[in-house]
Structure formats: C-alpha cells, structure tokens
Ligand binder design. Structure first.
Ligand code: GTR
Length: 393
C-alpha cells in the first residue's frame, strides 16, 4: 500500500528525487543548448539579434520584440493568438456595507468561445471610471474581505478570476486552452498569462474602468504568469508579481540562500514552462535571458515586485539583483521611478501589506499621489562583484 493518498504527491516526490540526482548522474544538456553562448552573468538586455547593442531609445520597441521572443522561445512557450472575447453579465448586486457593486461576468474566449473565464468585479460607488487591478488566484480563494475593502476605499475596481479555468495546474494537456490550441508550445504560465490578457480585453471594454490604468497582480506561480503577461502586453500599465521567485521576479543565475533554482523548477514543474526550458537544467548560463529581461520588457510601464523578506524559497535577495539590472533599462528610458520593489517582514503569502504596497505604488503611478513609502529601498547587501558588466548605451 502506498503512503501517498494523492498519486500526484508521489509523482512530485519522485520528480524531486530525480532533480536532486541529476547532477550526480551528470546528464549532459542537449546539443542545441550547448551551442547557445554561455553567459555566466546576467545577459545584456541591450544586445540585439545582430550582435550590436541598441543605440537609442527609439530602437527599444524593436528590441522588446526580440527579448519577448527569447522569453517565449526558450522559457515559457508562445502565447496563443488573442482571438475575440464575448462578455455576458451573469449577475449584478450592490453591497451597501462595502459601498460597491459586485458584478459577475462570463467571458467566452478562445476559438468559438470554448474557454470560459468567470470574472468577479467589485466596483466602488461614486463617479468612475476607476483604475482596475486584476488577480487570477481565485483557485486559492477569493481576495480577503479586508483587502477588498482597502481596494474599494482607494477607488480601484478589483477583477478576480480563476486561472485554472484556462488550464489546470498540472501536466494534463487536452483540456482548456490546450484543447483549443493543441499545437501550442506553452506551459501553464503562458496559458495563465494569456488568461490575464483576456481579462484585460474585457476590462478595457467596461464602462467603470479606466483603460489607461490597468494593473495585474498574483501570487507565487501566478506571479510568474503576471510577470510574463505584463512583459508581453503593453496595455497593462502596472505589473505587480508577488512572491513570484524562480521563473518570476527572482534571478535565475544568482541564487541566494535556500532558494529554488532552474534545475529544480524545470524538473519538478516542467509543465509550467515550454519543453525547451528543461534543456537548460545544469546549463543555466546558456539561457539567453534571466528575470531582469522580463522586468525590462515591462519598461517603460510601471513594475512593482512585492516580496517577503523571509520568503527564502522565492529568492527575495535575487529579486533585488534582477530589479537593479532592469532598472538600468528604466533609467536609460528616463523612467527610473517606474521600476519599483517593496519588501515586508514574513514569508510566502499575498497579504494586506503586499496589497497596501501595490495600492500606494499604483496611486503614485496613476494619480501622481505622493506617499511616505519608498520603492527603491534595498534590504539585502548588494552582490559583489556585480553579476553583469554591461551598462546603458
Ligand atoms: C512552490 C514552487 C514555487 C512557487 C510556489 C507557489 O512549490 O517551487 O516556484 O511557485 O510553489 O506557487 O506557491
């Protein structure tokens, strides 16, 4: 008799053991990985496909396209086409105590509307439109009432959805978005990022929402999807991954403390990524990008990572490393203050403090509302020698 009640638990343990054993087995990375240049430090985000460096900010849109392709090609897989979204209002009610309207929308997305996404909106009373924040973690529970109250009090629309409606958090293919696009090379993170973008489609068409002020957030594995969605979609004005760690805001090459790295995540959670990503196990230096590349892709739009100082597994000190590298791009574009980071005491969670940080940053970016909090404070020692030698052109 197995000691595991859930077969996926046994599989996870087996995969973890295999991941740990891999260096001992000395499995060679595939030839196509070894042919990519080895870049021990953080890859230069200004390096163009022809080997020259970007010269002026006018060339940044083209460089963004190149970096976005690297991210999809080698790490997450490609997002399927946007398609059309048909929105139906399922219910509307007013919450007197909260001072807000609750509205449930059903989005029919994907080919022939085959991929449903339920969106729960909370719209503050009063004259809109308002900026909006979308979050896809309903599979882990709705946003806590005290946080919803804080969002409403700050006059933001909250849009909650369940990313697992788009694809399950497992290796299972043939369902959801995968069934609609069987040839897609993307894993869960790409599929969830696609889901965020469809929610953005619906929010852009909603009369209560300010189209120019759309923010997205999500926790941990969902924070990884938030970073990818925001990196690729210029309609998203503020990108706020929380506790996103490896495969999100945490540096892949600079692992500080007891944190997750590429070798482990690509072995234990291969289905979150493109199949190609696992080729970099034991060969992270060949990966043509790192977390700062994703962050730089958000520029010149606003980016805020929120993390727990004690969330060791999510490499909070490595989040700081990739923030500093991405900030070089922001500074070069003349918008350094749009690249923010914030830390609180504590571990792996997406709680009221993380949301307060996001609301303060959003007020600063969207409404030029000053706040006492700073978004450039570095709690960890600066890594020396620097993990990159490049500078802005
Ligand atoms: C962990 C995983 C992390 C993180 C976390 C979560 O097991 O190693 O990358 O995503 O799950 O989503 O809470």
């Amino acid at each position: 008799m197995s000691c595991f009640h859930d077969p996926s638990q046994a599989l996870a343990v087996l995969l973890t053991l295999l991941a740990l054993a891999r260096p001992l087995l000395a499995v060679e990375p595939p030839a196509w990985v070894q042919q990519l240049p080895a870049i021990p430090g953080l890859p230069d985000p200004f390096l163009q496909v022809d080997g020259t460096r970007v010269a002026t900010p006018a060339a940044w849109p083209a460089q963004r396209k190149h970096l976005a392709e690297l991210a999809q090609q080698y790490m997450y897989g490609h997002l399927p086409p946007a398609g059309t979204v048909t929105t139906t209002t399922v219910s509307t009610s007013h919450d007197e105590t909260l001072g807000a309207t609750r509205q449930e929308l059903l989005l029919a997305t994907g080919p022939d509307g085959r991929v449903p996404i339920h969106v729960h909106l909370t719209i503050p009373d009063g004259a809109g439109p308002f900026p909006a924040i979308a979050v896809g973690d309903v599979c882990w529970g709705r946003v806590a009432p005290e946080i919803v109250a804080a969002v409403v009090a700050r006059r933001y629309v909250l849009a909650e959805f369940d990313r697992t409606e788009i694809c399950p958090d497992s290796a299972e293919r043939g369902v959801g978005l995968y069934a609609a696009y069987p040839d897609s090379d993307g894993g869960c993170i790409a599929a969830w990022a696609w889901g965020y973008q469809r929610v953005i489609d619906a929010l852009q068409a909603h009369p209560a929402v300010e189209r120019a002020h759309l923010a997205i957030t999500g926790h941990s594995r969902c924070g990884k999807a938030v970073l990818l969605a925001g990196a690729l979609d210029e309609r998203i004005a503020l990108v706020a991954p929380n506790g996103s760690g490896c495969g999100g805001g945490g540096c892949l090459r600079v692992l500080i403390g007891q944190c997750e790295g590429l070798d482990r995540i690509a072995t234990v959670f291969p289905f979150w990524f493109s199949k190609r990503f696992a080729g970099f196990v034991g060969a992270v230096e060949h990966l043509p990008l790192d977390a700062h590349t994703l962050k730089a892709l958000v520029a010149p739009r606003a980016l805020l990572t929120t993390d727990g100082l004690g969330d060791d597994w999510a490499n909070p000190a490595g989040v700081q490393v990739s923030w500093a590298a991405a900030r070089v791009v922001y500074g070069w574009l003349g918008v350094e203050a749009r690249c923010g980071l914030a830390y609180r005491a504590g571990g792996h969670a997406h709680g009221p403090e993380d949301w307060q940080e996001l609301l303060d940053f959003a007020d600063l970016q969207f409404r030029a509302k000053p706040c006492a909090r700073r978004f450039d404070q570095l709690p960890f020692p600066v890594v020396t020698p620097s993990p990159y030698a490049w500078a802005a052109p």
